[in-house]
Design a binder for this molecule. Structure first.
Ligand SMILES: Nc1ncnc2c1ncn2[C@@H]1O[C@H](COP(=O)(O)OP(=O)(O)OP(=O)(O)O)[C@@H](O)[C@H]1O
Ligand SMILES: [Mg+2]
Length: 252
């Protein structure tokens, strides 16, 4: 899906971000932007620092240096709660849901940022998008399969109707057809005005859905470009093949 130019309106602006765990710096002076209505993917090998970057943006771990602006506001030192309320919602890697709550209650928690008492009016649309959840509304999340929990985690982000939805490897543990459905949902939300920032190991699928891609290598941006232009690029080959075995690509 190639667009001639990126949209003008910058929604998320990360500038010169450093992230470290103790003395181990894992993100180095990283800058990246997501614009309004854009579907951006970050690609990179295991350990490149993708999740650390996202956690720092969402306020879940500290930033050592750099700035993050969202909707023009400086959120560099904001709390996770404030950031969510501004409309930046991250679906964490590894299907994190509330195990002791039902599917429906997990979804209602997703609406709390906009409606502290929970907004039931959004449920039907979500159940239409994710029928496997509609069949299990009252089931405890702990009794869902790993894949179903992953779908629930994504649905909990979608129901929040954020301005920016960040998805950290939503494909993990899911069957190929379900992955396609989740990426299709993300594309569809994007056409309705939501921006998407996706981290994904499935390079081909990600580049088929995204408008723009950043390639991350050892905590830095190794390159960026329109998804269509990157697909067969030498850069993509280098980031993934750089002497450590094949990229995790998949059949079409
Ligand atoms: N809580 C932590 N404490 C210390 N080091 C960490 C912590 N979390 C991650 N790291 C280290 O930071 C580096 C980047 O990890 P990160 O999880 O951000 O990578 P990633 O790109 O998301 O990888 P993956 O694709 O496997 O999810 C790795 O070297 C990792 O070992
Ligand atoms: Mg990760």
């Amino acid at each position: 899906m190639h667009t001639a130019a990126r949209p003008d309106d910058v929604l998320l602006d990360i500038q010169a971000l450093d992230v470290a765990y103790g003395k181990a710096q894992v993100v180095h002076g990283l800058s990246l932007q997501v614009r309004k209505g854009e579907f951006v993917v970050i690609l990179g090998r295991n350990g490149a620092g993708k999740s650390s970057l996202l956690h720092a943006v969402s306020g879940l771990i500290p930033k050592q240096a750099g700035q993050v602006h969202f909707k023009g506001q400086d959120i560099s030192n904001a709390t996770p709660r404030h950031i969510v309320r501004q409309g930046l919602v991250q679906v964490l890697e590894g299907h994190r849901v509330f195990h002791h709550l039902s599917v429906q209650d997990n979804l209602l928690i997703g609406t709390y940022a906009n409606a502290p008492a929970g907004d039931r009016s959004k449920l039907d649309a979500i159940y239409a998008m994710f029928p496997e959840l509609a069949d299990r509304k009252q089931q405890m999340a702990s009794r869902l399969s790993g894949g179903q929990q992953q779908i629930l985690a994504v649905a909990q982000g979608v129901i929040a109707e954020p301005a920016l939805l960040i998805l950290d490897e939503p494909s993990s543990g899911l069957a190929p057809l379900v992955i396609d459905r989740i990426l299709d949902v993300a594309s569809q939300l994007c056409t309705q005005g939501m921006s998407i920032l996706l981290v994904e190991q499935l390079v081909d699928k990600a580049l088929r859905h995204a408008h723009y891609a950043y390639l991350m290598e050892t905590g830095r941006i190794a390159g960026a470009g329109f998804a269509d232009d990157l697909r067969d690029s030498d850069l993509l080959q280098r980031v993934y093949l750089g002497g450590h075995g094949p990229a995790k690509t998949e059949a079409a």
